[in-house]
Ligand binder design. Sequence first.
Ligand code: FES
Length: 308
Amino acid sequence: MRQSLLPAGRRARRTRKAGLLSRPSALAERIERAHALDPVVQGLSDTVVRALPAGPRADALHGVPFGQPAHPALVRLPLGCWTSAVLLDLFRGTERAAGVLIATGIAGTAPAAATGLADWSALHRDQQRVGLVHAVCQASAATLFLGSLAARAGGRTRYGRALSAAGLAVATIGAYLGGHLALRLGAGTSHAEQVSHLSGLGWHDLCGLRELPDRRPVRRQLGYLSLLVYRQGSEVSVLSDRCSHLGGPLHQGRIVVERGAACIACPWHGSTFVIADGAVVHGPATARQPSFETRVTSDGRIELRPRP
Ligand code: FES
């Protein structure tokens, strides 16, 4: 049997490297745990939070008016344009069209970056580490495409094409990390419980009306579901307790009044939901909080069922 002549340490490093390359998710997982990135993450996150106070501008960047994060839709423009430009480079006589596509893609990075930064500033630290590397990749890709445009304008078309190809490769790595962030780490997806799957059909008994404090949010359990319950006199509102943004405990949040309606503000990142029906008033959450219809029986028991 042939033995490797490499020392054990180098062999282990080489095996680890091969593992990372053959399974890109392992590399993304290492980035999640890369504490060395934390000073940069902290500094940038503080800057974004200072520059983007809660309000209509932040809500628009998070995608609150659209009912889902705006960033994934906006990144399609630069990635689509750049991919098309690199494909056009394979054919003769397409220099002008490729240049227009590259320039359009570069222009599209501004809204993509603004929405991405807004979402990124309200993530958990492991998500922010991956998000930082994702952003660095996309910024590098934009720089390479800018260089490509300059090279083409200066008549160095071959060099410009090489820069475009490199830019697309870097953008693809960035897109992979963006996918890891959204699909594996759940940034941008709703974290509220799947109420319709977890509660049975029909009305369910919750508790007696008098067992609930007045105008103070409390947590109650209904089977697998954690609920935020809020009583105002004889009116009871019930929402799923896990915030749709990243699963924060809503019953620990603050009651605020927005547009004349009682709302709950999440203790983690301040997402604000109308307590009567779970509508989003302020982000970063974009998904409505699942809510329940309630009724009080003649013997003072509260019953509820998921709102359709
Ligand atoms: S978990 Fe982020 S706002 Fe609720």
